[in-house]
Write a protein that binds this ligand. Structure first.
Ligand SMILES: [Zn+2]
Length: 166
């Protein structure tokens, strides 16, 4: 699956299997929020992020409207990914909104700004995936913090779909 934010010229590639896995994890924790981190790599002159894996927190606090992940062990896990070849780095976060729309809350927005300013996982343009989880219904949107503004990505339609519709 490929998502693009034309306005700022950035895109995301994520495997459909990984997306399915995140939705399944979201359903398992429904009606509470759940989430994790993303590791991946930047390609194409840093214009494209390939999301390779999720890293799930060992400890977290969650409710129907909040999710706070612990940081225990994450530094070591991320160091391990960095040593792989090609190395994978922290690229952002994901969490669910049970029975909610995949739109960043004010807490979500400030969390992204905190990540961008944070020294340990310094990353200029952190990604955020929000999955709205209902009963067997999912709705998801990717966002990125870019020059202190939050931008949304659009799912790129596959070529085959465009052919069918034109
Ligand atoms: Zn949220």
């Amino acid at each position: 699956m490929r998502f693009t934010c034309k306005h700022i010229g950035l895109s995301i590639v994520i495997d459909e299997k990984l997306m399915d896995e995140l939705c399944r994890l979201g359903s398992e924790h429904y009606p509470k929020e759940y989430g994790g981190l993303f590791v991946g790599r930047y390609v194409n002159n840093n214009k494209e992020v390939i999301i390779k894996q999720t890293v799930l927190p060992k400890k977290f606090k969650s409710s129907a409207s909040s999710f706070e992940r612990g940081v225990e062990g994450l530094r070591n896990i991320l160091a391990g990914f960095l040593n792989e070849s090609p190395s994978l780095i922290y690229v952002g976060e994901w969490h669910t909104h049970p029975d909610g729309r995949p739109i960043p809350s004010s807490t979500d927005s400030s969390a992204l700004r905190t990540i961008a300013a944070h020294h340990q996982v310094s990353i200029e343009n952190p990604l955020l995936l929000i999955i709205g989880v209902g009963i067997e219904v999912y709705e998801f949107e990717f966002y990125v913090l870019y020059q202190n503004e939050i931008h949304r990505y659009e799912l790129e339609k596959k070529l085959i779909d465009q052919k069918v519709s034109s």
